[in-house]
Design a protein around this ligand. Structure first.
Ligand SMILES: Cc1cc2nc3c(=O)[nH]c(=O)nc-3n(C[C@H](O)[C@H](O)[C@H](O)COP(=O)(O)OP(=O)(O)OC[C@H]3O[C@@H](n4cnc5c(N)ncnc54)[C@H](O)[C@@H]3O)c2cc1C
Length: 390
């Protein structure tokens, strides 16, 4: 059994680590100042400058197929990269990516949506969730009815990431109520100019505010159907499933940074005449964090490995997301506790992470939905106890 990274994986990981250390970490202080003044992201110019620099390093389109100019990296390598990027609280992603389901777009749609999205000229959002349909996505009621050659969309979507900034939305709407969402929903590409409106939703984490979207007789031509009429739910599930190993890897990165901060602070801060790290209470928090982090790391990489070997990755991804998102909550909490009052301030990234990571246990499938997947797989005999080695 070989738990080593390949030379290539190590090289790529180390290059990203160097990029984060040299280019991103030095921006943290300014970013935290910006957050204290009510900001939520890097200034656009700064973001563009960083993306251009990353592109010079060769980092652009991590998951994007080579024919679109991307790197088409294996999922394990992508996970290593996402973990490195997550070590800074500065919200930054490499450019050159688009929603996975856009690759199924026809040639004209690829020119209008996919390619400009990859190039960073357009920004899309994915709109499935509604006020009455979250975990139970099959309960959506947004309806698109035929009107001549067009479709008229009516309904409300909620908690849509990038929904207030996007210039187009991928909207999942019922097109055949009799068939229900599983066979009677369709995905549409809907430009903001078509007439939908958005309003941001204030949340606990201030960095990425989702939005609610309102569709009031929004007219969409027939050539804006993404994929097949009636195939929208399958596309939606493909969209939802793709990110679970990425979220898990991000949790690993955040937890690694928090544990590093906790260990450093425990070796510096003195109370009652000695370092706080000399107290067993602090040592146990560090030990538990290290152990849980290691377990999470392997679950996250295992899920990505399943993707790379073409196996059905849903079970491993559900385990990884369930465990990693809870693990990072505990590790951030302990790191914050070890920092005492300083941990609670906005001078350090800990309190921001404490709030922001909470959403990870909700979006792209709640904890309970992951548990549903896992128990259902076992109870139906789809998965054997013992995992890959069974
Ligand atoms: C920051 C953020 C960003 C988001 N971005 C997007 C986006 O870009 N696009 C998009 O479409 N959606 C997005 N969402 C929506 C997200 O996917 C939903 O919030 C999530 O699926 C849960 O749905 P809900 O909020 O309606 O909760 P509900 O489904 O109402 O669930 C409420 C509670 O009941 C539990 N529960 C539900 N059913 C069961 C069951 N059968 N057994 C046991 N427990 C159950 C849930 O786990 C949860 O704890 C985002 C949400 C957030 C918070």
């Amino acid at each position: 059994m070989d738990f080593e990274l390949s030379d290539e994986q190590r090289d790529i990981r180390d290059t990203v680590r160097a990029f984060v250390t040299k280019e991103i970490l030095p921006l943290e202080e300014d970013f935290l100042r910006l957050v204290r003044d009510g900001g939520a992201r890097l200034p656009r110019d700064e973001e563009r400058r960083l993306r251009a620099k990353a592109r010079q390093f060769g980092f652009w389109g991590l998951s994007t197929p080579e024919e679109y100019g991307g790197m088409a990296l294996p999922a394990v390598t992508q996970s290593l990269i996402h973990a490195e990027l997550a070590k800074s609280c500065v919200p930054f992603r490499f450019g050159g990516e688009a929603d996975n389901i856009l690759y199924g777009a026809d040639a004209a749609q690829q020119e209008e949506y996919l390619k400009p999205t990859i190039e960073g000229e357009r920004l899309g959002c994915f709109a499935l969730t509604e006020p009455g349909a979250g975990s139970d996505a099959g309960a959506i009621s947004t309806y698109a009815r035929r009107d001549g050659d067009d479709w008229l969309i009516n309904g409300e979507k909620t908690f849509i990431s990038n929904g207030h900034e996007a210039d187009y939305a991928i909207v999942i709407a019922l097109t055949d109520r009799d068939k229900g969402a599983h066979h009677g929903a369709t995905a549409f590409l809907v430009d903001r100019e078509a007439g939908w409106t958005s309003s941001p939703i204030s949340t606990m984490g201030s960095w990425h505010l989702p939005a609610s979207l309102t569709f009031d007789d929004v007219r969409v031509p027939a050539d804006k159907v993404l994929g097949e009429v009636g195939g929208g739910f399958q596309l939606a599930m493909r969209w939802v499933g793709k990110g679970r190993y990425v979220i898990s890897a991000q949790c690993v990165g955040i937890a690694e940074r928090c544990l590093r901060m906790a260990v450093d602070y425990a070796g510096l801060r003195e109370t009652f005449g000695r370092k706080i790290g000399q107290n067993q209470a602090i040592q146990w928090m560090i030990a538990d964090s290290e152990t849980e982090l290691e377990a999470a790391r392997w679950l996250a990489l295992r899920a990505a490995w399943d993707v790379d070997r073409g196996a059905d990755a849903r079970h491993a991804s559900a385990m990884a997301k369930l465990f990693c998102t809870a693990m990072v909550g505990r590790v951030v909490d302990r790191a914050l506790q070890i920092h005492g009052g300083m941990g609670y301030t906005k001078e350090l990234p800990l309190e921001g992470w404490y709030r922001a990571i909470r959403a990870m246990r909700i979006f792209e499938g709640t904890d309970e939905v992951q548990r549903l997947i896992l128990s259902r797989d076992l109870l139906r005999g789809h998965t054997r106890i013992g995992g890959h080695l069974a």
